[in-house]
Design a protein. Sequence first.
Length: 121
Amino acid sequence: MKPSLTIGMLLFCFFAAMHMAVASETTSMRCNGSVISVGDSKADVLTKCGEPIYKEKVGHQTTGRVTTGLKSLNSAEHEYEETETDREEWLMNVGSGQFFRVLTFEGSELVKIEKTKERAE
């Protein structure tokens, strides 16, 4: 087996175990002296916290809606809009002795912050 493949598999197993060992959910957390909250963008999180130790795409969602033009609802002026959103989870180490955090993004928006049961060394 290639070393990079082995490391990737180990990280995946570690991330899966961390995700199963989630202790609690919160709406904000401290990171490098700053605070991030649900609703923040990926760019804000990266600026305040730095790179995660692991990222994983965990889903993809396509949603659609019917919109109408300026004419009445009975007219044939209906349009259909689709929006595609990726769901991604980041594993964050926020400091020695602190619990790891799992951050969940839908598109570029932070939608969930979970504290794991495992502590960083």
